[in-house]
Design a binder for this molecule. Sequence first.
Ligand SMILES: Nc1ncnc2c1ncn2[C@@H]1O[C@H](COP(=O)(O)OP(=O)(O)OP(=O)(O)O)[C@@H](O)[C@H]1O
Length: 522
Amino acid sequence: FLPPELNDLLMKWWVKLIRPVNPYCIFHIPEVGSNKQNDLYRVVQLHMRAAKLSKEADELVLSRDENDKEITFSLAADEVVKETYEGVTVWWSHRTEKSGKDSDEFEKSSFELKMRKKDKEFVMTRYLDFVTKNAAEFRRQLRELHLYSNMDCFWEPHNFKHPSNFDTLAMEPELKAKVKADLDAFLKGEQFFHKVGRAWKRGYLLYGPPGTGKSSMIAAIANYMKYNVYDLELTQVYDNNALKQLLVNTTSKSIIVIEDIDCSLDLAGQRKTAKEPKVDSNDDSKSSVTLSGLLNFTDGLWSCCGDERIIIFTTNHVEKLDAALLRPGRMDMHINMSYCQFETFKALVKNYLGIDSHPLFDTVKALLESRKLITPAQVAEHLFENRADPDAAMKVLIQWLEDWKPEEPVEETKAPVEETTTQEQESDSAPATSTPATTENGVTDNGITENGVAENGVTDNGDANAALSDDLRKTVSILEERVGSIENTLKQQLDSKTTVMKPDILSHIENGDSQVESDSDV
Ligand SMILES: Nc1ncnc2c1ncn2[C@@H]1O[C@H](COP(=O)(O)OP(=O)(O)OP(=O)(O)O)[C@@H](O)[C@H]1O
């Protein structure tokens, strides 16, 4: 029955009166503070969504953005929900009140955080820190990703909605866990990187034959980290200056990818200077980017103009890369995306057919062990075609594995492949520089071997791009058949030695150790 002004006044007096005996205190978090948007208000909104706190309330406000898949549940005015963190309980409510007069009237929103007075210190530090981190992680999850392609010195954005993730990626479980742990440590590593004076970036080299999941891995990393992807087509970059410009135009929290690095640049020989002419006269790219330009790009002064960045190189021919590109600090982790082994097969079957076991698993295992050069892409294709019937899928796959024969690399260069499935073409077609080239030991490089790779994962094959004469090519083809089994043995050795190399600095982060190992040979 009292006029509102009088009512407010009495309330204020009442609050003052009982303050000394009131065991609670309240923090106000207005949407707008000092004429500016209050970021903490947004943080609380995100935290409430992440912790699904609003759903506890009896009265909710439901909304959905045009592009959103999910409905957002928010607290209706004056609803109260409680949260307990590390044994301390707090109460959240949302208030709205009208302000201004007549036509200038607007609504002021704020959150109220109520706690016991004895918990005030804890809430001001630990609890609000938890709220902030929780909101930041949720904001990261909500991030819409973009894939950028380079046009001259600029990047053209595209929506990035690749479905690959670490659940769909089939690879050895141990290796997958190592990659994920490395990414987690990187994500948490800001303070450590800065403390030891290193740019907050990480380099990965993905190597392996076509169709083993290198591109899928990049998409999985992007989706896991919620980073945008800059897909750098080096052959379209005019020179080192343009490369620098592109680098400056990238943002933090991103992945810079150079796919098939061995095809993008002549990296087989010595480092070149910008003034040197291009070596490969058949190369129709307009690029005069040099190896030293690329090295500066990856870890020169300019590489530090953004933070929280991952650089990924992929190659089908790790042996062609200059050792300078591979050293820790540039490429910290070398990930071998290898042919389809049984564990990889099991992951594919789980994804495509939804089964964990099958009476024919042992047969497939034995066949994969004897075939060795089957790619996950080939297996995936067979499973995909018969995905509606797991029994049929297993039988078709086994039949195909039994009939499978290694391709003749020389025939491939004589005539285009016909009547092969997409995956076969994908896995068997040689990269752009696929003219058979000699490695140090003279073995033809057909894109499926890792022979000639020294223990450090690098081969010094200075003349690798020289074309072979026809005679030599024939000889090599005969030799190649004979060295098949040696290749496999070497490959297995290589797998065991170079699968994951030197997660060095990140292990220190996890251990909280400030000591950084000096770069050692890869
Ligand atoms: N490890 C894998 N896990 C899941 N799917 C895979 C894997 N490897 C290949 N695939 C399937 O095969 C297709 C081709 O794989 P992807 O493009 O990732 O291979 P790649 O190694 O990048 O090949 P390339 O060297 O030719 O670019 C993918 O679309 C995916 O469906």
